[in-house]
Design a protein around this ligand. Structure first.
Ligand code: NAD
Length: 330
């Protein structure tokens, strides 16, 4: 397949790029503006396989159109977006313009240039604060921050676009909490300002932070801290390959991507201390707006409808791979 990856220099995009290069039978083009992406990751991946990189901002419709004119893409995997929930509450337009308007423009070009498959990085944040904590793809979507809303609107655009264009199929992947690094140590999460719990814990273990905060210890959970479904980046990456294959002989569909089990913030911190042997400083802070108590995926659909087989469902493995990667970063 001739595949376009947007945001391929980013954390998840680079791992999916790596998985495609290792599979070895696709022609892959990556675009990124390096807002939060890593040039080093792309340079490293040149040793894994051949791909084309084009520096381009998704808002640059003129350049984007030129790329579509000169490449005949069969599929697009769309990662490029802004991803910080708190920032989205203070700069909502920044999120709607990049995550929704730029995505709509990309979808429009995809249809105009006959691209048959579009895989979209959506998020568990589109579910908002679910009552039960465990969500299936049919659960109500009530996002409570502009980030989640910007992603949900793109889901709606994709559904309407596919309904009106029978040759255009989407695969919407709603990721849960993604963490870890590639097991061969080649790539991982580079962005120093990332707010993800396991990234922050590994930064604290390696002395890049003096301490880390736990936001809220009075939730109605087993130990008072939020519970999340942490998934290893390599299993998340392989889900994209499975859904690409699924779309070759099936209609558009939506999949949760998680393991279907949860760990509390305190459990993650305890495991990080055990895995690293470092007793780092943890500060109990007040709740942040917009954090649901529990968010766990019902991931049965991805496992039963596609050939996806998770191989790294272990919190220790996720944390140790993230830690090994963090130790390598300056
Ligand atoms: N990391 C998570 O836990 C998580 C969870 C749910 C959903 N997601 C979604 O997955 C996708 C990838 O997330 P990530 O963690 O890899 O983030 P990331 O910030 O590492 O990657 C995003 C990439 O997109 C690029 N980019 C952003 N705006 C662009 C633009 N206008 N033009 C060109 N390039 C642009 C950035 O430079 C970066 O390389 C995002 O769409 C995000 O919403 C991530």
């Amino acid at each position: 397949m001739n595949i376009l990856i947007t945001g391929g220099a980013g954390y998840i995009g680079s791992h999916v790029l790596k998985a495609l290069l290792e599979r070895g039978n696709d022609s892959v083009t990556v675009i990124d503006n390096f807002y939060s992406g890593s040039k080093e990751a792309l340079i490293t991946l040149e040793s894994v396989g051949k791909f084309e990189f084009i520096k381009c901002d998704l808002s640059d419709t003129f350049s984007l159109r030129e790329i579509f004119k000169t490449h005949k893409f069969d599929a697009i995997i769309h990662f490029a977006a802004f991803i910080e929930v708190f920032e989205s509450t203070v700069k909502p337009l920044k999120y709607y313009l990049n995550n929704t308007a730029n995505a709509a423009n990309l979808i429009n070009l995809a249809i105009e240039y006959g691209v048959g498959k579009f895989i979209f990085s959506s998020t568990a944040a589109t579910y908002g604060e679910p009552e039960s904590g465990v969500v299936s793809e049919q659960s109500p979507q009530n996002p409570i921050n502009p980030y989640g809303k910007s992603k949900l609107m793109t889901e709606w655009i994709l559904k309407d676009a596919a309904a009106a264009n029978p040759n255009f199929k989407y695969g919407i992947l709603r990721y849960f909490n993604v963490a870890g690094a590639s097991s061969d140590g080649l790539i991982g999460q580079n962005y120093p300002n990332a707010t993800h719990l396991i990234k922050v814990a590994t930064q604290t273990i390696t002395g890049k932070r003096e301490s880390m905060s736990v936001f809220g210890t009075d939730y109605a959970t087993k130990d008072g801290t939020c519970v999340r479904d942490y998934i290893h980046i390599e299993d998340l990456a392989s889900a994209h390959l499975s859904v690409l294959e699924y779309l070759s002989s099936n209609d558009s569909d939506i999949f949760n991507v998680g393991y279907g089990r949860g760990f509390s913030v305190f459990e993650v911190i305890e495991t990080a201390k055990k895995v690293s042997g470092v007793d780092f400083k943890v500060i109990n802070a007040s709740r942040r707006d917009g954090d649901p108590a529990v968010l766990i995926s019902n991931a049965d659909k991805l496992k039963t409808k596609t050939n996806w087989k998770p191989k790294k469902d272990s919190l220790e493995l996720i944390i140790s791979s993230a830690l090994e990667w963090e130790k390598k970063l300056k």
